[in-house]
Design a protein around this ligand. Sequence first.
Ligand SMILES: C[S@@+](CC[C@H](N)C(=O)[O-])C[C@H]1O[C@@H](n2cnc3c(N)ncnc32)[C@H](O)[C@@H]1O
Length: 289
Amino acid sequence: MVNPFTLTLQASDALGIQNAYLFLLLAFTTGPVFLLLGFLRDPTMLFSLKRAKNAAFSGMWKHISGPIDERYARFKAPLLKEASGVVLDLGSGLGPNLKYFDASKITRLILVEPNPGMHEGLRASARKAGFAKDQFEIVPCGAEERAKVEELTGLGKGSVDCVVSVLALCGIPDSRHVIAALYEYIKPGGRFIYFEHVASKDSATRKQQEFMTPYWRSLFNGCCLNRPTDQFILECYPWSEKQTYTCDFETQKCLDVKSYGWARKPRTTGSTTGRDTTGLSYADVVKES
Ligand SMILES: C[S@@+](CC[C@H](N)C(=O)[O-])C[C@H]1O[C@@H](n2cnc3c(N)ncnc32)[C@H](O)[C@@H]1O
């Protein structure tokens, strides 16, 4: 069967229409169907809005994940193959990115994914990507639930070699606090690798993102089009090196313009005074959470 989301991407490219508009329309029309399918599979969802939303999103994401992955594969592959050691992958979804990792370089893969509807697919993707059963683990809670993440994984300051976030920080509540915690988890010399859609630097496009975000967020599991995640990562903290890129076929006029790259934590510890664009320091962000 032809995937409607693949067709949507092809149609938007051919017609020169922003794919965000067509995705919004498609999600609006198919969302209730995925919700209904979720209820039919498990009628007790009627009593939990959160579970119903999770089921609807994982049902829809099974169709979207593949086409999105294919579109950005050539940008993600070289980026993610650099991950090594203890790796924390944020919002792993169905695990389309795990195949880009070099499993032989990763000693422990921590997959933070709160939606149980993703877990079966995620486990299958990890095995398919060459990860042994005892090499990876799924952490079934939100990344913002820091105490729970630490209890389940034993993670603490300076315990992770590499944090990876692909299209995840756009939908995580209070993502700045999560980034602050992630920075702490990274070992000196470790890396933060990201591939995210971000707030546009074009003011007219940014206004459209602001307008569309409430609708987008309700259909795509809290995802915000207007979040400057790249700035939150790159400008908030003291990194010793950073590289940032955009996809060659996207401009700042694109409503879901991507930014991707990596940043390395200084090898010497104790440097925690970076300031972000709003003037908040690392310590302030942590204090707030
Ligand atoms: C847009 S999907 C991206 C999935 C995957 N990274 C990919 O590239 O296909 C965002 C994922 O983040 C997960 N997510 C949502 N809230 C989260 C949270 N608070 N903490 C961690 N992950 C979260 C969602 O369940 C979903 O699987």
